[in-house]
Design a binder for this molecule. Structure first.
Ligand code: SF4
Ligand code: ZN
Length: 419
């Protein structure tokens, strides 16, 4: 028996009309995540008998227990069951939280996975909004939009630190498992890439192309996920793209990708290079996990992840970069990408790949150390990570250049970044 939900029982208005709405500082009641606290979203397959459809539980304080200006950690744990439901579908349903939470009037969602960010306005709280309503929305819409594969959805919202930590540890293990599913594949192995246009409501000309060696810039969708999403919903946001003729193998220009992007951006972007950030890079939307920028004086590039809130050698903080680049344009010299993508083999390979990387926040370096070192070794530069500057070395190109020289960073001997 399939449950059909036509109305969503929450005190706020709900619908795509509210998706682009922001919750600004003066309107803010409380927030979760966004670097202030940990906010993790995780959807996991469950046994049909292990969960109860429509059950929504808040474990820990809710909005009614806190005061204006407070922050809370948040774990959004969704469990899905269905005869047709597979583990492969987890990331697709999980990623729906982005637009579904944004559909609630007065509530804003950004980020994904363990770097999500939820902001709740005073207006929503005045109408009676509570965190439980997040679960009500997710249950109702996941049911409605994925009725072919979902029979039951149960949602648990954790707001106590220890519970959020526990959920996050479990989620991170799943993220690693998901990412590793494309690890052995190469772009040359496949004839078909996939598009993702889920973010066009925020960035109208943005089209992510997702290949085995380039996950979506939000980090939440890889090639396998897009393929599964297309199977579930053949007319949805993830469409197959036949690569077609290779126009430039080094920069990653494919005839089929260009044609698809031109159509999907309604002519706003007519081409992009898949393996370059210098020349006609892919478009960027606001949910990228990191943004790479050129550092011409160092003949290299830097990248900064969302969690790092300080200044960077390109002269802009992450939030400023995301504001400038995140509208869906292709901005030569800059590109949004996922954290995992840094260690995928095709990462800005047309510009020299990770051998160009001269600055990254320290925490990001540590987060990707294992995979980065492996990749650096493959490229003939073991120990590269420790030649890369971070905020403890400097925050301007002038400050980091002597460090790069002293360490013998390979970027200094490469051909000029801008020809
Ligand atoms: Fe899809 Fe790209 Fe948006 Fe991620 S960032 S949801 S892959 S369009
Ligand atoms: Zn986006």
């Amino acid at each position: 028996l399939k449950v059909t939900i036509s109305e969503i029982d929450i005190p706020c208005s709900f619908g795509p009309a509210y998706e682009g709405e922001r919750v600004r500082g003066k309107d803010l009641f409380c927030q979760m995540g966004g670097g202030k606290t940990l906010c993790t979203e995780f959807l996991e397959i469950a046994d049909m008998n292990a969960i109860e459809d429509g059950k929504v539980t808040v474990v820990g304080p809710d909005i009614t227990d806190i005061k204006e200006g407070d922050v809370l950690p948040l774990g959004i744990f969704m469990q899905a069951a269905g005869r047709e439901f597979q583990e492969d579908f987890e990331p697709i349903l999980e990623r729906q939280t982005h637009h579904l939470i944004n559909y609630i009037q007065g509530v804003m969602h950004a980020g994904q996975r363990d770097i999500a960010w939820v902001r709740v306005s005073k207006a929503a709280v005045e109408k009676g909004f509570t965190l439980k309503d997040l679960g009500v929305v997710l249950h109702a819409k996941l049911h409605q939009d994925f009725k072919a594969i979902v029979d039951k959805i149960q949602v648990t919202l954790y707001t106590k630190q220890e519970d959020v930590d526990k959920l996050t540890a479990k989620a991170r293990a799943a993220y690693v498992h998901r990412d590793s599913r494309v690890d052995k594949m190469t772009d040359e192995d496949v004839e078909t890439f996939y598009s993702c246009t889920l973010c066009q409501s925020f960035a109208p000309s943005h089209v992510c192309t997702v290949s085995p060696e380039r996950t979506g810039l939000c980090g939440a969708y890889n090639w396998m996920d897009c393929k599964a999403s297309y199977q579930i919903n053949p007319t949805g946001p993830n469409q197959p793209i036949e690569k077609g003729e290779v126009l430039n193998a080094k920069l990653g220009e494919f005839k089929g990708v260009n044609e698809f992007v031109a159509k999907a951006s309604r002519g706003a972007v007519t081409k992009y290079n898949f393996y370059s950030m210098v020349q006609d890079p892919m478009t960027t939307c606001g949910c990228c996990e990191a943004i790479a920028a050129m550092l011409p004086a160092c003949n290299g590039v830097m990248t900064v992840n969302r969690e790092y809130t300080g200044e960077t050698p390109c002269g802009m903080k992450f939030t400023t970069l995301a504001g400038v680049m995140g509208g869906g344009a292709s901005s030569p010299g800059f590109v949004g990408h996922s954290k995992f993508n840094i260690t995928q083999r095709k990462f800005i390979l047309g510009d020299g790949g990770i051998l160009r990387m001269v600055w990254m926040p320290k925490a990001l370096k540590e987060e990707i150390r294992g995979r980065f070192e492996k990749r650096a070794e493959e490229m003939g530069h073991p120990g590269l990570l420790d030649k890369i500057a971070d905020e403890t070395v400097g925050l301007t190109e002038e400050e980091i250049l002597p460090f790069l020289q002293e360490k013998g960073h390979p970027a200094l001997d490469m051909e000029p970044l801008v020809g």
